[in-house]
Design a protein around this ligand. Sequence first.
Ligand SMILES: *Cc1c(COP(=O)(O)O)cnc(C)c1O
Length: 227
Amino acid sequence: MSVTENIKNIHERMAAACARSGRRMEDITLVAVSKTKPVSMMQEAYETGCLDFGENKVQEIVNKKPQMPEDARFHMIGHLQTNKVGQVIDKAVLIHSVDSLHLAEKIEKEAEKREMISDILLEVNVAREESKYGMFLEDVTKNLEVISRFPHIRVKGLMTIAPNVENAEENRKFFKELYQLYVDIKSKNIDNGTMSMLSMGMTGDFEVAIEEGATLIRVGTGIFGSR
Ligand SMILES: *Cc1c(COP(=O)(O)O)cnc(C)c1O
C-alpha cells in the first residue's frame, strides 16, 4: 500500500471513531510520524494534505525541515536532552515530550534568548512503565503550577505513550485517566487557559484514543510502513 492509500485508510478509521464517540474530525490532528523515513515519503504525505510530521530525534528535524515545504510542521515527540533544546526550539511547532521540570526550565531559558514563546505538552507516564519517560500522573499538577508561570512557555496540553499491547482496549483505561486529568486541570484553571491538546494514540490504538478524547494522534507505521 502507498502512503496515499494508507493515509486514506487512517482518515476513514478516524472518521469511524469520531462517529462512534460523537466527535468531529476537524478537532483531531493526524501527526504523521516520519522518524527514520525518507523525505520523499513525507512529500507524498504532504501532497495528500498532511502538514504535521512527528520526529523523535532532533537531528532528523534539523535535516528534514529545510527539505520540506515552508508550511510543513514538525512535532518533537521523542525524549529531548537539555543540551539539544537550542537546536530544535525554533524548528518544532510543538514539543510533545516535556517529561521533567528540568527540561521545561531549559526550554524557558532558550525561548527567552530567542524572544519567542515555545508551545509544549507535558508527557505523562500514565501506565508507570519503567522503560518510558514522562511524569507520573500525581506529579503533573505541581509541575504545571511551576511551568505555567514561565513567560516563554505555553503548556498546550498533555501527552502519553501507552504500552505496546496486542489489544488496544487494554489501553483505554490509561487514555481515560489522562483525559480525566486534562479536564481537572482545565476546570481548576491551573494552566492559565492554554490547555487544549491531548496527544495520545498511535498506529495500534488511535481509535480507542480518539474515543477517549485525543486531539492529536501520532501514527507512524500505519502511514509509512514498518521501521
Ligand atoms: C514512533 C512513535 C509513534 C508512532 O508509532 P507507530 O506505532 O509506528 O504508529 C508515536 N509516538 C511516539 C512518541 C513515537 O516515538
